[in-house]
Ligand binder design. Sequence first.
Ligand SMILES: *[C@@H]1O[C@H](CO)[C@@H](O)[C@H](O)[C@H]1NC(C)=O
Ligand SMILES: [Zn+2]
Length: 151
Amino acid sequence: MRRIVAALALLCVCEAVRFGQLCSGNPNNERRISDSWGYGHFGAKRGPREHKGLDIACEDGSVVYAPFDVTLEGQLTVYTDPAKAAINSGINLSGGGLRFKLFYVRPDRTSGTVTKGQRIGVMLPMQSVYPGITSHVHVQMSDKSDPTPYF
Ligand SMILES: *[C@@H]1O[C@H](CO)[C@@H](O)[C@H](O)[C@H]1NC(C)=O
Ligand SMILES: [Zn+2]
């Protein structure tokens, strides 16, 4: 019995989905570590709140790819602040047993299915809102859990 449980656990690890390349120019999904605006890891302090996602470096205007086979679940509005209108868009996605969001991306389409590596949109001009930041796609699980294990 113990052995069966261990084998199943191993299977689950092997089958867990992994994020493939998200952004052109960043084949290894290098993360935003730190810059004058803060840190990019999950749980980083944002004033009194916590950063609920993981930031993957992505230069403004880069092409954004499907990290695995996904279904497009609609466009998202990231902010209510009109000063951030230039980057106020994202995509809601599901696939590989996960539900997640990509912020700061202008989607090409907002419904249908896309295979891994296919283009899904363009990185918005983050430098125009946060000068000097490491421009990035913010990856956030719909249940606010930590996306880091999937990278
Ligand atoms: C995102 O898509 C999921 C389905 O995976 C849906 O349940 C959820 O309501 C959507 N969220 C938003 C903000 O559109
Ligand atoms: Zn973020």
